[in-house]
Design a protein around this ligand. Structure first.
Ligand code: GLC
Length: 435
């Protein structure tokens, strides 16, 4: 593992939980952020339909920030520009930006100010792809809305001009908006990766303005491909963490030698990133909490997405979910922030996370009688407390555990032979102090 990457990501590997926000013109058709590509809309058509009516009168990033804080999220990443090319910031290089819509404001700046004011670290997502730029490849591109439109077959473009523009916009973001904690580029595919983006030059420029910013790995990769960060010789643009999408890597993320790498799961609360009016398939708080625990137990972060609607509101279902997760974290966050992979193997009733000599047992399943603390040597256990209350928990060794003396047990109530329902059915956490 590259030491510089490891050092730079120290806060990132500790904060563990962040908010992703996908927001742009696509909130109006309300079918997700790929609608332009899916419906094969030309840049002109898309712009004509949505640009002039983007008017998010309810946009109040202070409210978003307070909600994120209540949810226990420690950082937030907003789509400054998505694949459609529309900018939520006041770019001098295009007129296709929020300041020229009825919104009339630099929404990125307001987002940054609001989240910083709540003490939440800030990041910006920037699409390497731009479906509205005249010099971006169209015909036969894998994803472009005009990929099968013969009108573009013989079109001449100047990709260098696109790159100048794209680099220029990144420069605006890294030089005009104060200190950024994260830059989230998205994404590379086929030949559209690495030096095709003039990546080395881009990163040199970014680091000049933002030496400490943490960058994802998508100048080389995507959710499908990690790039050189896993190798002994990462490029200057390998990024600082890998970005598995909608999947928790079965074994966490490691370099070719098996050393843990920084990584961040990004996932949606329902099944879309951008707002989708008919998608009510929201995950439960229990699922989100347990997936967050799983990420941390495998050394990773969780960037959980919300897609605000066209008026600028985070959907009610998302808000309720965030509040529920936040109330659990308020009592149990200590078991995740600053924690990582445990030295002990995963117990069959849940997960372990660890910080120094403290192991946190995340219990998902009601035991019959005392709970076996698998893999933790009984003599190493100094004390056990219920994390949410601080209550002392008694060891569970009794006449019926005598045959299993290599295993430590904890009683979840006064009588180790009785069965007690879990005090928190989502995840009951014990704090185990070791010698
Ligand atoms: C994918 C999609 C994109 C989304 C991103 C989030 O790469 O192209 O719409 O923003 O995933 O990770």
């Amino acid at each position: 593992m590259n030491q510089q990457i490891w050092n730079r990501t120290e806060w990132f590997r500790s904060e563990r939980f962040g908010l992703f926000i996908h927001w742009g013109l696509y909130a109006i058709p309300a079918l997700g952020e790929w609608v332009m590509s899916e419906k094969r809309m030309s840049a002109e058509e898309y712009r004509q339909r949505y640009f002039h009516c983007f008017d998010p009168t309810d946009y109040n990033p202070r409210e978003w920030a307070r909600l994120a804080k209540k949810a226990g999220m420690r950082y937030a990443v907003l789509t400054a520009k998505h694949h459609d090319g529309f900018c939520l910031f006041d770019s001098a290089l295009t007129d296709y930006k929020s300041t020229n819509t009825p919104a009339g404001r630099d929404l990125v700046r307001e987002f940054l100010d609001a989240f910083r004011a709540e003490g939440i670290r800030v990041g910006l997502y920037f699409s390497l792809i731009d479906w509205s730029h005249p010099d971006f490849p169209k015909y036969n591109d894998r994803f472009h809305p005009m990929r099968q439109n013969p009108a573009y077959q013989d079109e001449e473009i100047c990709f260098d001009r696109y790159l100048d523009f794209m680099h220029g916009q990144v420069k605006e973001l890294v030089s005009n908006y104060g200190k950024l904690d994260i830059l989230w580029f998205d994404f590379s595919y086929d030949d559209m990766c690495a030096e095709t983006w003039r990546a080395e030059k881009l990163i040199r420029m970014v680091r000049q303005y933002q030496p400490q910013v943490i960058i994802d790995n998508r100048l080389e990769g995507s959710g499908e491909k990690n790039g050189s960060i896993t190798t002994d010789h990462p490029t200057s643009y390998s990024g600082d963490f890998t970005s598995p999408e909608m999947i928790i890597p079965p074994q966490g993320m490691r370099d070719i030698h098996g050393n843990p790498l920084p990584w961040e799961l990004c996932a949606t609360m329902n099944n879309h990133w951008g707002y989708c009016y008919h998608d009510h398939c929201f995950k439960s708080p229990e699922t989100i909490i347990r997936k967050l625990v799983e990420c941390v137990s495998k050394g990773g972060n969780f960037l959980l997405n919300a897609g605000p609607d066209a008026r600028g509101n985070i959907p009610q279902e998302s808000r309720l979910l965030m509040q529920a997760v936040g109330s659990w974290l308020e009592k149990n966050g200590e078991s995740l922030y600053g924690c990582g992979i445990s030295e002990f193997e995963k117990p069959e009733w849940g997960r372990y996370t660890q910080k120094g000599n403290i192991v946190y047992a995340h219990i998902y399943e009601t035991p019959l009688g005392a709970l076996p603390l698998y893999h933790i040597p009984p003599q190493r256990i100094r004390s056990i407390r219920m994390l949410s209350s601080g209550a002392e928990m008694q060891r569970g060794e009794a006449w019926n555990t005598a045959l299993y003396s290599e295993t430590a047990f904890v009683a979840l109530g006064e009588n180790p032979v009785f069965s007690y329902p879990l005090s928190d059915p989502w995840d009951t956490v014990l704090k185990i102090e070791l010698d």
